[in-house]
Design a protein around this ligand. Structure first.
Ligand code: TYC
Length: 102
C-alpha cells in the first residue's frame, strides 16, 4: 500500500542498468622478426609509457609470449589495436596486437 511502489521498482531496475563500461586489456604478442626497438617505440607512442616501462613490457612479451600494454574502454582498445597493426604493416613488421576483456 505504498502508492510509490511501482515508481520505486522502476527506478531500481533503471539503476541496475547503469553500469561502468567493460574494460579491455590491449596485448602485444611475440614474434621472431619485429625489432625490439620498434616494439619499444610503439609502446611509448601508443600507450604513453616511459622508455624504461616500454622496455620492460617489450621484454616481458619477448620472454613470455605476450604482455599487457594498457587497459581501456572497448572503443579506445579497438582503435589502439588497429593503429598498432597498421603502423607495423606499413613498417613491414608482423607484430600482432589484440584485446581481451579485463
Ligand atoms: N622477439 C622479437 C625479437 O627478438 C622482439 C619482439 C618483442 C617482437 C615483442 C614482438 O611483441 C613483440 N626481435
Amino acid at each position: 500500500n505504498n502508492p510509490y511502489i511501482e515508481d520505486t521498482i522502476l527506478l531500481e531496475k533503471q539503476a541496475e542498468k547503469v553500469k561502468a563500461p567493460s574494460m579491455y586489456k590491449v596485448l602485444l604478442l611475440n614474434d621472431d622478426y619485429t625489432p625490439m626497438e620498434f616494439v619499444v617505440m610503439v609502446i611509448q607512442e601508443y600507450f604513453n609509457q616511459s622508455q624504461e616501462s616500454a622496455t620492460r613490457i617489450m621484454l616481458q612479451v619477448h620472454l613470455v609470449g605476450k604482455g599487457v600494454c594498457g587497459v581501456f574502454t572497448r572503443d579506445v582498445a579497438a582503435t589502439k589495436v588497429h593503429q598498432v597493426i597498421e603502423l607495423s604493416r606499413e613498417a613491414g613488421h608482423p607484430l600482432q596486437c589484440t584485446m581481451e576483456e579485463a
